[in-house]
Design a protein around this ligand. Structure first.
Ligand code: GRF
Length: 190
């Protein structure tokens, strides 16, 4: 049984979905959810689901080795599910190809700093794209630039608002992210 630590900064609906998925599996379990935001809704979800959570700050994450040491002790894989800070190099180096992120667009389009949440869906709408989707990728030191593992697309109708686009993208995330995580873990077990 591999141990997964999830990082989330906000609502955490993906985190909840991943936790639920692995509750029925023997591949992996979610041991902790870590967040940089003490007001994040994901913390309420953790309480409800009886999953351990930990709040950390920039010092714990980047300056000191608090988060790094915690992960070395507690995690086999790290999943970023709506986590907004860049991962420090020392953590990326300690977990090569063991950190996965989900991005709510078809990278390399609509990626990089500042491209998160509704900013992405508004930009997609403004550019009159006919499709969008999700990208699941490994994490390196740069935002949204690690090797792509999986993408899925959804079409955009002219009448779709950014909120409607966000809903379509979230549905793709719920459908695919847990399964892709499991496939990556199984592939690395071989
Ligand atoms: C998701 O759209 C994910 O792709 C992005 O942040 C959003 C998080 O949503 N990185 P939630 O907190 O899981 O509801």
């Amino acid at each position: 049984m591999k141990r997964i630590v999830i990082f989330a900064s906000g609502s955490g609906s993906n985190a909840e979905n991943i936790i639920g998925f692995f509750q029925t599996k023997t591949t992996a379990e979610i041991t902790h959810v870590l967040t940089n935001n003490e007001h994040a809704k994901v913390l309420d979800r953790c309480k409800k689901l009886d999953v351990n959570s930990l709040v950390f700050d920039r010092n714990d994450f980047s300056k000191s080795d608090m988060v790094l040491n915690f992960l070395k002790k507690e995690a086999d894989f790290i999943i970023l599910a709506g986590f907004l800070w860049r991962i420090p190099e020392k953590i990326v180096k300690a977990f090569p190809n063991k950190i996965l992120n989900i991005h709510p667009a078809l990278l390399p389009k609509y990626g990089g700093k500042g491209m998160y949440g509704m900013h992405v869906h508004k930009a997609v709408k403004e550019n009159k794209e006919s499709e969008t989707g999700i990208t699941i990728h490994y994490v390196n030191e740069n935002y949204d630039e690690g090797a792509i593992i999986f993408q899925a697309k959804t079409s955009i109708d002219e009448v779709d608002t950014p909120e409607m686009i966000a809903k379509k993208v979230h549905e793709l995330e719920y459908k695919h992210f847990p399964e892709v995580i499991e496939q990556v873990i199984l592939a690395k077990n071989e």
